[in-house]
Design a protein around this ligand. Structure first.
Ligand code: URP
Ligand code: ZN
Ligand code: ZN
Length: 466
């Protein structure tokens, strides 16, 4: 047996095990795992005293997305490169339906954006904004074409928001076609009233973005989304859960045995409302929805990650520049005079795995839980397991080598995201991602991206089997 590559003597981490072994790779797949595998001319990488774990899956990214009067700063080329540098080897991005047009047309547009550009493997969720009765059957086709998940919005009236009846109809349809509903749960109507009131009172500072999106607006929508899913008898996945009160709704539903799942994102674990109160317009860097919550909230989220009330950590990577718009794409400055015009979103595709590993180093999470949250659970929930999210014979050779003895400092000066600020500027995290492979092809060497032509593939995902 001759292999293409052998990773020798690494400590392998999966969602359930920690053990020392060699990993042999052949034709982009894990071919064998064992002690003293014969090199026989294969390239050999020594990984002694380092960890080897499955490449991360970031199931919530917005690349090349028109939004908030502009377009996100990262496209599939820059975003996927940054993902790879941060140990993420697959992403699920959001394709968007245009109002009055078919879901499939939106999906096709996102295929064009990604094809030939992405360094990591990619898949799509479908954002449905316009779902009259006659369009529901298009959802079945989207599922069949390998994108069996739909993001629906209870917020952003006039842009993305759907009413409860439309949401409920879409849920009933996904019960039949094996899709998954991913919900942006915030009460958009209430928020709209609060935003208008704040603006009428002359309140324009970025902090009012958070003050007009209370935790109760997220908790109420989360409760309502769960109730709708329960009546439709479908699983539900809550995206970018930020607030302890919303988490309580998810926990209570799960304790009742309902198939309710949720993700949170590093920004809600590491940043807080207080960041909006930075001097001048600085708070705009953190304008995202849901907003950052007051200090102390994050403790509940960490507990939720340990207790499996939260199953996934994704990024909601949605980057806009702060000072210097790139490629003619305006950024946060659009809201200088009016917080409601600040494009919503923040960069994070490159920093998720490093920040989460730092939590391992601090004892906040076990190494196996880290793998579960960043790779295995998202692969299982979104129809990619065991091709992704596993180190096992036959799985794609998406692998990360991390040196736990080194540190890295997060900074816009060194990151690869196409954006002029880093929300974690100057933060030093323990552990350094050194080597990354996507289907056996090296994309990162000694912490630096490898200049190869992009070879990320579209991942056709399986629908739900239950
Ligand atoms: O602020 C955010 N989250 N921007 C991206 C769009 C969304 O709601 O996920
Ligand atoms: Zn959202
Ligand atoms: Zn998002």
């Amino acid at each position: 047996m001759s292999y293409d590559l052998i990773l020798k003597n690494g400590t392998i981490l999966t969602s359930s095990d920690t053990y020392r072994a060699d990993i042999a790779i052949e034709k982009g797949k894990v071919a064998a795992i064992g002690r003293n595998l014969p090199a026989d001319g294969a390239e050999t990488i020594e990984a002694r005293e380092k960890y080897v774990f499955p490449g991360g899956l970031d199931v919530h990214t917005h690349l090349d997305m028109p939004f908030g009067g502009t377009t996100t700063a990262d496209d599939f080329a820059t975003g996927s490169l940054a993902a790879a540098c941060g140990g993420t080897t697959s992403i699920i991005d959001f394709a968007i339906q245009s109002r009055g047009e078919s879901l499939l047309k939106g999906l096709e547009a996102w295929h064009k954006k990604a094809q030939g550009k992405s360094i990591v493997d990619y898949a799509f969720h479908m954002i449905a904004v316009d779902l009259p009765e006659g369009r529901l059957k298009e959802m079945d086709q989207v599922v069949k074409e390998g994108s069996p998940s739909f993001k629906l919005f209870m917020a952003y009236p006039g842009v993305f928001m759907l009413d409860d009846a439309t949401i409920f109809r879409a849920m009933l349809r996904t019960r039949e076609n094996g899709g998954m509903i991913c919900m942006h749960a915030e009460n958009g109507g209430v928020i709209d009233v609060l935003v208008r009131k704040a603006l009428a009172e002359g309140k324009s500072h970025p902090k009012y973005h958070a003050l007009t999106r209370p935790m109760t607006a997220e908790a109420e929508a989360t409760r309502r989304a769960i109730a709708l899913a329960e009546m439709a008898e479908v699983p539900l996945y809550i995206v970018h859960l930020s607030a302890a009160d919303a988490l309580k709704e998810v926990r209570l539903a799960r304790e009742r045995g309902l198939p309710i799942y949720a993700e949170t994102c590093p920004q809600y674990l590491y940043l807080s409302y207080e960041d909006y109160e930075r001097p001048g317009f600085e708070g705009a860097k953190f304008v995202m929805s849901p907003p950052l919550r007051p200090k102390g909230n994050e403790k509940h989220l960490w507990e939720g990650l340990r207790q499996n009330w939260l199953q996934v950590v994704s990024t909601d990577h949605c980057s806009f520049c702060f000072h210097h718009p790139k490629d003619g794409k305006p950024g946060k400055e659009l809201g200088k005079k009016d917080f409601s015009k600040i494009p919503n979103g923040a960069p994070g595709i490159e920093t998720r795995m490093p920040l989460l590993w730092d939590a391992v180093a601090r004892g906040e999470l076990t190494p196996n839980r880290f793998v579960e949250l960043t790779s295995t659970a998202p692969a299982k929930l979104f129809g990619l397991y065991p091709r992704k999210g596993a180190i096992a014979p036959g799985a794609d050779a998406d692998l990360v080598v991390l040196d736990p003895r080194k540190n890295r400092t997060l900074s816009a000066k060194t990151h690869h995201m196409n954006v002029d600020y880093n929300p974690y500027e100057g933060k030093t995290v323990r552990g350094a991602i050194e080597e990354v492979w996507v289907r056996g092809r090296r994309v990162v060497r000694a912490g630096k991206p490898v200049a190869n032509p992009p070879h990320g593939n579209f991942l056709k995902r399986d629908p739900r089997s239950n």
